[in-house]
Design a protein around this ligand. Structure first.
Ligand SMILES: [Zn+2]
Length: 285
């Protein structure tokens, strides 16, 4: 689903506030990121239709063993950190990981004594998680499954929300299926500050990962979204960093990851380094 592939697109109003007015922020081939004039949300418009998005995820993840292994190594530090955070806040219980992919995070939580289940839309990913890792994975999207109310102690989603056409609906569903006192953990990229910096230096890049990413959430916007989803309290963390296979990217990730963690702690958990991925916790009171 790149520029040269034909894909059905549709115009959309702002997925967060419903506003129709926007300013063009960034153009990449035939894709454009716009900024909502009312709530400042940055989103892809026009964007692929719902069905086109689901078809796309059949091919989104790599399928050969070495790529799966590389992906696992890249995500490992994030998963370990997230697992520690969840264990810190919640006693072992039922956990649902949305957009679980191959299921490595679920496997880790199962090892730690949690009762786990996943959701995904990719046949390849589901097949791997079910047969190789012997996990329970439901076919998504989440909102179509219809889990019972108050079913899970924790819900996680790593790099998922930026792929969703209806982020508020997704958060409302997460809230509904969480037990009282339940914990939501989301990991999301925040790309716009880096885009702006690279544009200043005239450096071409494809960091928005269009059209896979339908939006770019800022910490402020994602907190507003959690509130709209029903959550009463939330807390931001840096939450570690990935280890990409490419050496240059890996070094950058380690440098900015450690720098952002250090500044976050030095500022008394206030300063969220612009541009690096972040983790947000939502608490169902
Ligand atoms: Zn808006």
């Amino acid at each position: 689903m790149r520029e040269n592939i034909d894909i059905e697109m549709e115009e959309t109003s702002c997925p967060i506030c419903g506003g129709a007015e926007y300013n063009l922020l960034h153009r990449e081939g035939r894709f454009q990121m716009v900024k909502c004039s009312s709530c400042q949300f940055i989103y892809l418009n026009p964007r692929p239709t719902g069905e086109a998005i689901l078809r796309f995820y059949q091919e989104y993840l790599p399928e050969d063993e070495s790529s799966i292994e590389a992906w696992k190594r890249m995500m490992e530090p994030i998963f370990q950190k997230a697992a520690n955070i969840i264990d810190q806040y919640k006693n072992r219980g039922r956990l649902l990981d949305v957009g679980t992919g191959f299921g490595f995070f679920l496997a880790e939580m199962k090892r730690r004594g949690w009762e786990v289940a996943g959701v995904d839309v990719s046949e390849k990913a589901m097949a791997y998680a079910r047969t190789v890792l012997e996990l329970t994975v439901y076919e998504g999207p989440l909102e179509r499954i219809g889990f019972p109310e108050k079913d899970f102690d924790a819900v996680s989603g790593f790099y998922v929300i930026e792929h969703l056409p209806q982020p508020i609906g997704f958060l409302q569903e997460c809230y509904r299926i969480l037990k009282p006192g339940g914990l939501l953990l989301l990991r999301y990229p925040h790309t716009t500050p880096i885009k702006n910096l690279l544009r200043f230096f005239g450096i071409e890049n494809h960091l928005y990962d269009l059209p896979a990413h339908l939006a770019d959430f800022s910490p402020k916007i994602i907190e507003q979204c959690l509130k709209r989803g029903g959550f009463k309290e939330w807390r931001h963390l840096i939450g570690g960093y990935t280890l990409p296979p490419d050496t240059g990217k890996k070094i950058a990730s380690i440098i900015f990851g450690n720098l952002s963690e250090a500044l976050f702690y030095l500022s008394g958990s206030k300063f969220l380094f612009p541009g690096v991925s972040k983790t947000i916790l939502g608490f169902k009171g």
